[in-house]
Ligand binder design. Structure first.
Ligand code: NDP
Ligand code: OXD
Length: 306
């Protein structure tokens, strides 16, 4: 069995060593043009040429959860695309979102500013009941985040494509229930995949429906958010702030207003990083299962885009 590794932005040697240790029976190499056809690929942002040449793959394993960039490429017919499922990302996402939520809810940003001025001043405690948290996307990451947020006793709501029933939270589904979900939420967390249906979903129409003083946390993809619409709603006062981890252009250009906006906190696409050991273990396990004729979880439905 041959496995080809083609990942932009990752030092290949530790990945190749890890994959070889996990799959000693396989021939594993760093892809170069003209390489013999492989059975499986491990990829992140490969060039189109990779799939044009490696056209006999049974499966291509993405070393990330989101496959929007891969779906812009022409995949070889018959190749299954398999995404990363959790592999240590969901707990990181829960940490990140809870930090952003609690930093805003408890006004730690304001206390930090006070402390720098040497000021000892209390703020009135806020009521959790007034801060319903809406989570868009109830998949692997959204569900873990919902559990973590519920642990802090915020009211939690969720919105997904199909109807879910999750204890302790109100679940909404589909376009028909989007407005009800938004108007019942004050904090909005985006954990959707980027698809034609979800692109630009954090727009003026939808963000205006959040409760006054709303707060936005986007940890999914930059193209979910219409930047100008968010800025206008922050400046008009309808929204109180935003924590943004993902952007239409990454790295976020230095001249982008988000960097300097007093109500926006920017982080560099770091909310849930791919962890090498967990990722290799998951992919190796799936390759072994596929070799034994088993079906594996995490196969992307190309029609729906996630
Ligand atoms: P999943 O595929 O497990 O979950 C996707 C969820 O979104 C599902 O609940 C799905 O609904 C819902 N959904 C999809 N399309 C729609 C739609 N049109 N309307 C309503 N709901 C919809 O994905 P993950 O939880 O693993 O990851 C989510 C995203 O997070 C990734 O695609 C990626 O873009 C982003 N991400 C960001 C990272 C970062 O560092 N910032 C790291 C990792 C991921 P249903 O349940 O009905 O199928
Ligand atoms: C991912 C990411 O999709 O890192 O895994 O954004």
């Amino acid at each position: 069995m041959r496995i080809s590794f083609c990942c932009a932005d990752s030092k290949p040697e530790p990945w190749l060593d890890g994959l070889r240790a996990a799959l000693p029976q396989a021939e594993i190499s760093l892809w170069e043009s003209g390489a013999p056809p492989a059975d499986y690929a491990v990829v992140w942002a490969p060039p189109q040429q990779f799939f044009d040449e490696q056209n006999q793959l049974r499966a291509a394993f993405n070393i990330g959860a989101g496959v929007d960039a891969l779906l812009k490429l022409r995949l070889p017919p018959g190749t299954q695309l398999v995404r990363l499922e959790d592999a240590g990302m969901s707990v990181q996402m829960a940490e990140y979102v809870c930090h952003a939520l609690i930093r805003h809810f408890r006004e730690f940003d304001a206390y930090e500013a006070d402390a720098r001025q040497g000021q000892w001043s209390f703020r009135k405690p806020r009521l959790r009941a007034d801060w319903p948290v809406g989570i868009m996307g109830l998949g692997v990451l959204g569900k873990r985040v919902a559990k973590a947020v519920s642990g802090f006793e915020f009211p939690v709501l969720g919105w997904s494509r199909s109807q879910h029933a999750i204890e302790g939270m109100r679940c909404f589904a589909g376009g028909g229930q989007l407005d009800d979900f938004l108007s019942a939420s004050k904090v909005l967390i985006c954990l959707l995949p980027l698809t034609p249906d979800t692109r630009d979903i954090l727009n003026r129409r939808n963000l205006s429906r959040l409760q006054p003083g709303g707060y936005v946390i986007n940890v999914a993809r930059g193209a979910h958010l219409v930047d100008e619409d968010l800025l206008q709603l922050l400046d008009s006062g309808h929204l109180a702030g935003a924590t943004l981890d993902v952007f239409r252009t990454e790295p976020l250009p230095t001249e982008h207003p988000f960097w300097r906006h007093p109500k926006v906190l920017v982080t560099p696409h770091t909310s849930a990083r791919t962890l090498r050991d967990e990722t290799i273990a998951q992919i190796a396990g799936k390759i072994v299962a596929m070799e034994q004729g088993q079906t594996v979880a995490g196969v992307v439905d190309l029609g729906r885009g996630y």
